[in-house]
Structures are given as structure tokens and as C-alpha cells.
Design a binder for this molecule. Sequence first.
Ligand code: ZN
Ligand code: ZN
Length: 239
Amino acid sequence: MIDVKVIGTGSSGNCYLVNMNGTKLLLECGLSFKTIQKALNFKLSDVSACLVTHEHGDHSKAVKDLIKNGINVYATKGTFEALNLSGHRAISFKKDKVDTYCYHFFNRFMILPFQAVHDAREPVSFYIKDIHTKESLLFITDTAYIKYKIPSVDVLMVECNYVKSVIDKKVQDGKLHHVLRNRIVKNHLSLETLKEALKQADLSNLKEMYVLHLSDSNSDEKYILEELQKLTGKSIKIA
Ligand SMILES: [Zn+2]
Ligand SMILES: [Zn+2]
């Protein structure tokens, strides 16, 4: 069983608690330490590790406090450098000779980071698999597009930051500057890009899909939900 609890999502702070067959992992920690503690009912010690995709504050805010409180944090070397963090609890993902990430083993879990397309030092997304049950989860956020084909997974957590037609209309109406528009397009996943990626994916094992990191002003929750449900035939949860 993979259980997902959304503690926070979006530019105000991302943090998700994933319970994979009893092992609790935090994905991102972009909220105040206090908020995270509260969401965990002050049982931080139940958390086995925290995985961070990149250094932006909305994903990493509590990282120092987590480490101070004995939680191991996993991220890329570039992310730790950008955060100015080192020490035995700051565990960086290894790369092989051809500069692709290696599987990282952690308890009974296999974690594969893979490159994201975002204005950060070394941003990644995560594929996580429980070796015992073979259940898997894919966590994709803060990326302009998905560089690889979405593998068959049980749980998909994926960004849908904006709807292209919404931001293009805003630019037309003078409500959004084209420079800002371009920054969004180069760094975040649109509904349109996500749909293309989903069309090529094998969703036959998919049990849960969470849509993350929606922009308040550049997305349309109802429309996103309808479009993705229509495309996948699955029930979708907007985080
Ligand atoms: Zn973000
Ligand atoms: Zn970011």
C-alpha cells in the first residue's frame, strides 16, 4: 500500500508524506519546520528520510531543521551545494560514468533520481520502488517537460503548474508580462505537456494520480481535472 498525504503544494510550499508499506518518506520540505511537525503530529521520528528535488525554498525550506533533528536528507550534489549543506545526513545521489543517476538503495526501496528541466543547479524527479511488493511511485515536479517516458507505476504524483491557453490569453489581455510567461514555460509543466506525456505512458497499473504544484492564477483546477480524467480514465486528485 502506498499512501500519500499532501502537507503542502504550490509556490507557497511543497511537502508530501508518502507511506510506502509502513516506511514514511517526506518528499520535499518546503514549509516551515513547525508546519511539518504539526502535520506529522509531532512524530518526526516516524519519518525514515526526506527526498528533495531542488534547492528552491518552496521545496527545501525546512531542510536544515530536519537534518538538525536527525532526519537523513537525499538530494543531488548540486542541490546540496546550492543549499550550502554538507555532513553525514546530507546524502547525495551518485552518478555513473555516463553522467546518469544510479539507483540508490534505501531500506527496501530503490530510488532512481532523473533529470528535471528547471532553473535550479541540479534538479531531479524521483522514481521509487518497493523491492518487496514491487509497488512504485513516480514523483515529478518543477520541470518544463518530462525527459523520459513515464514508466508503469502504481502512484503518479505530477506537477501541472499552468494551462497554456490560460497564460497565453493573459499575455494577450496584458495581464501577464511575456518575460514572466516565458519563465513559467521554461521551468514548469503545463497541462498540455503533461497530457502528451500521459498519452505515451502505460497507465494500466495506475491506482492513484495526484496533480501537484498548480499555480493559483495560471491554472484552472476544474478544467485540469476534467481533461486529465477524460484522458486517463482514472480518478485524479488535485493536491
Ligand atoms: Zn516549486
Ligand atoms: Zn523550483
